[in-house]
Design a protein around this ligand. Structure first.
Ligand code: 8X3
Length: 257
């Protein structure tokens, strides 16, 4: 394991779920963290925990990744200490609804495309030139099984995650000849507020997603993300599909009740 002590790590969507778990696990390894999310109070709570538990250096960005100008200006105006970002975890993402395409809510589509695809691009476009200039860096995209398999009602969400997969590949091609690493960690069912967001707070529907199965936890994924970031420089984990043992495909989930 290669030390990432004092490395500067940007994590988007860091206020909850996989992002917050990544923040915790990178903090445990002594990294300095730039945490970005829309919800300032939640971000502040995560930061307070990390400062108290690990004495971490944390810088917060209250930011919607789909706000192109805000993303550009937030990263352009980072204080000197924080400018040389070593690792970017593109985690911010969401799903909205599971309607058939013929009855899909166009506003939901926009939100998913804007966050999962455009947001990832805006953040990457802001930070990658510095990595190229310094000849150092690692981009870790959080994809999904949904980028490998399309499931009924998944249409646009699956398309955005297929786009993330293509962008991970494209990045690696465009970075040919540089030492910059590009990784995609693609989870299946992870118990977070993902389903609450998808079903807009319909707790019953959200609960059914995890009903009777043993899902992955955000910590399971964060551990893998940190594993990728701590390999020796000659090792690039390109793509990791991570499923709960109870999940055999996007649609086959073993439920005991
Ligand atoms: C989350 C996994 O299968 O609910 O990206 O789309 S799934």
């Amino acid at each position: 394991m290669v030390s990432i002590q004092d490395r500067i790590v940007v994590i988007t969507g860091a206020s909850s779920g996989i992002g917050a778990s990544c923040a915790k696990m990178f903090a445990q390894e002594g990294a300095s963290l730039i945490l970005a999310a829309r919800r300032k109070e939640k971000l502040e709570a995560v930061a307070a925990e990390l400062r108290a538990a690990y004495d971490s250096k944390v810088y917060l960005l209250e930011m919607d990744v789909s706000d192109r100008n805000l993303v550009a200006s937030s990263f352009a105006s980072l204080p000197k200490f924080w400018r040389e970002v070593d690792i970017l975890v593109n985690n911010a993402g969401l799903s909205r609804g599971m309607d058939k395409l013929q009855s899909g809510d166009i506003q939901n589509w926009e939100e998913m495309i804007d966050t999962n695809v455009k947001g990832l691009l805006y953040v990457t476009r802001s930070l990658l030139p510095g990595m190229v200039e310094r000849n150092q860096g690692h981009i870790i995209n959080i994809g999904s099984i949904a980028g490998h398999q399309t499931y009924p009602g998944g249409n646009v969400y699956c398309a955005t995650k297929a786009a993330v997969r293509a962008l991970t590949e494209g990045l690696k091609l465009d970075l040919f000849g540089t030492p910059i690493r590009v990784t995609s960690v693609d989870p299946g069912t992870v118990e977070t507020d993902f389903s609450q967001v998808r079903f807009r707070g319909d707790t019953e529907k959200a609960k059914q997603v995890y009903q009777g199965m043993n899902p992955l936890t955000p910590d399971d994924i964060a551990e893998i993300v940190v594993f990728c970031a701590t390999r020796p420089a000659n090792v690039n984990l390109s793509e990791i599909l991570v499923l709960a043992t109870d999940q055999s495909s996007a649609t086959m989930i073993n439920r005991r009740s």
